[in-house]
Design a protein around this ligand. Sequence first.
Ligand SMILES: NC(=O)c1ccc[n+]([C@@H]2O[C@H](COP(=O)([O-])OP(=O)(O)OC[C@H]3O[C@@H](n4cnc5c(N)ncnc54)[C@H](OP(=O)(O)O)[C@@H]3O)[C@@H](O)[C@H]2O)c1
Length: 192
Amino acid sequence: MSTFTIIGTGNMGNAIGGLLAAGGSDVVHVGHEQLSSATIDTDVVVLAVPYGAIEDIVSVAGDQLAGKVVVDITNPLNFETFDSLLVPADSSAAAQLQAKLPESSVLKAFNTNFAATLAAKKVGEVPTTVLIAGDDAAAKGVLSAAVTAGGVSAVDAGALSRARELEAIGFLQLTLAVGEQVSWTSGFAVVR
Ligand SMILES: NC(=O)c1ccc[n+]([C@@H]2O[C@H](COP(=O)([O-])OP(=O)(O)OC[C@H]3O[C@@H](n4cnc5c(N)ncnc54)[C@H](OP(=O)(O)O)[C@@H]3O)[C@@H](O)[C@H]2O)c1
């Protein structure tokens, strides 16, 4: 199985770490205070942090991310207005991250999954599905195998350019939850 570093020890860091560990992967957690002194030596690194922290992480640890698969899970919302994303309409947080880390393989994943549904592994009666976008097919395969081993489904959502659509889905899902139209244990399901 693969080994993962997860930067961020909040709701998503713990939920993703639990899922990957349940599937037999080795997981190293790096907290905020540890990041500046951490050695990152796994092939895959999940950035389980707010969108606003990405710039900081790139400047503190960007050198260590070269040659690695970097998983962006952010929903880059304007949380003040709750009415727009903070990235241009023809781009995404993941595309921006890939531009900042040209020697890494960036994947977009998990942003359409509320943390509770990664822990429960179900959305209603349907298995939770992790949608994964990226340009590196091998990297997508590694992440897909690891989350599937953990007990959820994974779907290849296409090229990294599809991250824009994943971020739109995440935005809509958050809008529904904050508006109390759906619960935080809900989510969009994929039935194949
Ligand atoms: N919660 C969900 O259900 C959900 C679903 C889909 C996507 N997401 C996305 O997942 C990401 C994490 O959400 P979350 O709910 O897990 O947030 P959270 O519980 O607030 O955890 C965020 C983590 O990031 C760390 N962090 C913040 N700034 C950092 C920095 N500059 N360097 C290193 N670490 C930093 C925090 O550490 P400190 O607390 O010590 O600062 C904390 O461990 C967000 O981008 C969110 O949009 C969340």
